[in-house]
Design a protein around this ligand. Sequence first.
Ligand SMILES: [Ca+2]
Length: 270
Amino acid sequence: MTKQWFVAAAVIVAALMLYGCCGIPFPGGNAQHANVTGLTGRDGTAVANGGTTTERVQHIAGTVDNPGGNDATIFSGRVAVVLNGQKQYVTDMTRNDDGTWDFGADFVIGRGTNNVVVQVEDANGGAYGQSDTFTVTGNLPARQVEVVLTWDTNLTDVDMHVYAPGYSSTLNSDHTWYQALNGISGCNLDLDKTDGYGPETFICENTTETGQWAIKVRYYSDHGVTAPTTATVRVTLNEGQTQSYTHTFTADQANADDPTNDWTVTTFTR
Ligand SMILES: [Ca+2]
C-alpha cells in the first residue's frame, strides 16, 4: 500500500468509526428516522405541507424507526411532536410488520405560521432522528386566551377547569368544564376527552371578563390504569409566548369530581 492509499484508508476507517458510534448519521443516509405522512384537521380535512387551515386541532401521523433496531417489539425511546419549539410526546404508536412504527397524535396549532417537526429520541433521551419540517398556516381568529391540556396515558380521563374573574361557586357561574363547555361567556372548551391523551382546548375569542383567572386540572378517572399520569397545560395569552406547565398524578388521585387532588396550574390577570 502506498503512503497516499494508507492515508486515504485511515481517513475512511476513522470516518466509519466516528459515524458508527455516537448516533451520528452517515452523510446521505437515513438520518431522519421519522416521516410525516400528513396532517388532518379534526373536521376531517387533510392539510398539505405549506397549506392553510381553519381547524385548530390537527392530527399528525407518520412512521418512525425504532432506535433499538427494527427487530425489537418494544419501542426503545420516545417520539415527540415539536410545534414552534414546544414539545409534546407521542404515546399512541403501533408496530408495523417491517419493524417501523406508526405514530399518531392530536395537537393544537396557533394563528399564523406553525412549524412542526417529529423528533425521535433514543432510550437515553438523546437525539436519534427527526422528520423534515411540516409547515401549516392557521387561518384562525385571534385568541385572547388559549389553554391546551394533554396527558400521557391511554384510556384515562383528565379534565380542565377554567375559572373566570366572575366565578361564583354558589351560582356555579363563570366556570368552564366538561359539564359547562360554554360556562364562560366568549369562551369555549371544545370537548371532554375521556380515554387518553387529550387535547382538550379552551379558547376565548370574545370575552369581556377582566381580573384574575385560574386554571385547574382534575384527574377524573384512571379507567384501570395503574401508572402515573403526567398532564401538560400550555397557556397562551393574546397570541403571545406560550407558557408550559406539567404535573404528575398518581392513579389513586383519580377521584371523579372531588376537587381534593386538583392541580392548580396557574392564575393570570387580563
Ligand atoms: Ca376529560
